[in-house]
Design a protein around this ligand. Structure first.
Ligand SMILES: [Zn+2]
Length: 320
């Protein structure tokens, strides 16, 4: 079933409605994999360049591609996830999921949705290099992206908006983001926002809860992680997918323990309530979702389990 990314891209261009295999072109470097079990000094380093991948699947007539724009090793994940629970509780959760306690891997996964008339990119990774590498593996030129949708404005989501010299990396795109989110950061004198987002404001559409981004793509308010954080519901020909962005930032520490406090959540109680609400719906309606920080390709399902949810990784459901 493996095919070159070039062939996959041609398939997508010829007929988006055809059934498409989930094709992954991963280049997880041996050094990064070794670092997980290696010396602490090595673990502190970011994964080397080349840590990119693309996985394409069909959703009705849409072609959806998870783009791995980079990964990072996070030392001491308990300093980020479950900051309000005892070390023993964190260690028990990690052990139950066969995960180490001392480090975790964070994935950065923009999603490209090709509708047939538009190429829509949801979030942009840490930087243009990482995004560009993943787009190249998908066979998509930056010039081909027609719309960029931002879930929120943390650096790991807006980093790829501009490349060298501050030029727009996706030169032909227009932009859309939540009005609440934009207004929040516009009032902060935030360095990343000023460098990456404000220069694009004239080409930006501002979304409210329930707004249609394009036919079949709906923006939904999911505040807590940031004040105007939004998620996106996709539906075409009866097939549905939720892009949950940073509603949950780890497939175990956030999903199995949705009430745990997370360092990066601006309003921790609101973030926890949103996690429960969103994943309750995803579980009840059995909708597949892509989580921006889930293990690549970030695609799966959840079912209620214990005090939270069990992540069920996608295998082949969306390739048939
Ligand atoms: Zn993030």
């Amino acid at each position: 079933m493996a095919a070159s990314p070039r062939i996959d891209a041609k398939m997508a261009g010829r007929g988006l409605s055809r059934r498409q295999a989930l094709t992954a072109v991963a280049a997880l470097p041996a050094a990064a994999l070794a670092a997980g079990a290696g010396a602490p000094a090595a673990r502190a380093q970011a994964a080397p360049a080349g840590d990119a991948a693309a996985a394409r699947f069909g959703l009705g007539g849409f072609s959806v591609t998870s783009l791995l724009a980079g990964t990072r090793i996070l030392e001491n994940p308990h300093g980020t996830f479950g900051t309000d629970v005892a070390p023993e509780a964190f260690a028990a959760a990690a052990e139950a999921a066969f995960l180490p306690v001392a480090a975790s891997r964070n994935f950065f996964t923009p999603v490209l949705v090709e509708t047939g008339s538009e190429s829509v990119l949801f979030d942009t990774g840490l930087d243009a290099d990482g995004l560009g590498a993943a787009l190249a593996l998908a066979g998509v030129a930056p010039e081909a992206v027609t719309l960029v949708v931002l879930s929120h404005m943390h650096g790991d989501h807006i980093g790829g908006l501009t490349g060298a010299g501050g030029a727009a990396f996706l030169p032909n795109a227009r932009y859309a983001t939540g009005r609440v989110e934009f207004d929040h950061w516009a009032a902060q004198a935030n360095e990343g926002f000023e460098a990456k987002v404000r220069p694009l404001a004239e080409r930006m559409t501002f979304l409210e809860d329930g707004d249609q981004v394009l036919p079949g793509i709906t923006a939904l308010a999911a505040a807590g992680h940031t004040p105007g954080h939004m998620i996106f519901h996709l539906e075409d020909a009866g097939r549905r997918l939720m892009l949950t962005a940073d509603t949950a930032n780890h497939y175990v520490f956030s999903l199995a323990h949705p009430d745990w406090e997370v360092r990066f959540d601006a309003d921790k109680a609101a973030a926890a309530a949103t996690r429960r609400r969103v994943f309750d719906q995803i579980a009840a309606e059995r909708i597949p979702f892509v989580g921006y920080h889930m293990p690549f390709p970030g695609l799966g399902y959840v079912e209620p389990q214990g005090e939270g949810f069990r992540f069920v990784p996608h295998s082949y459901q969306l390739t048939l």
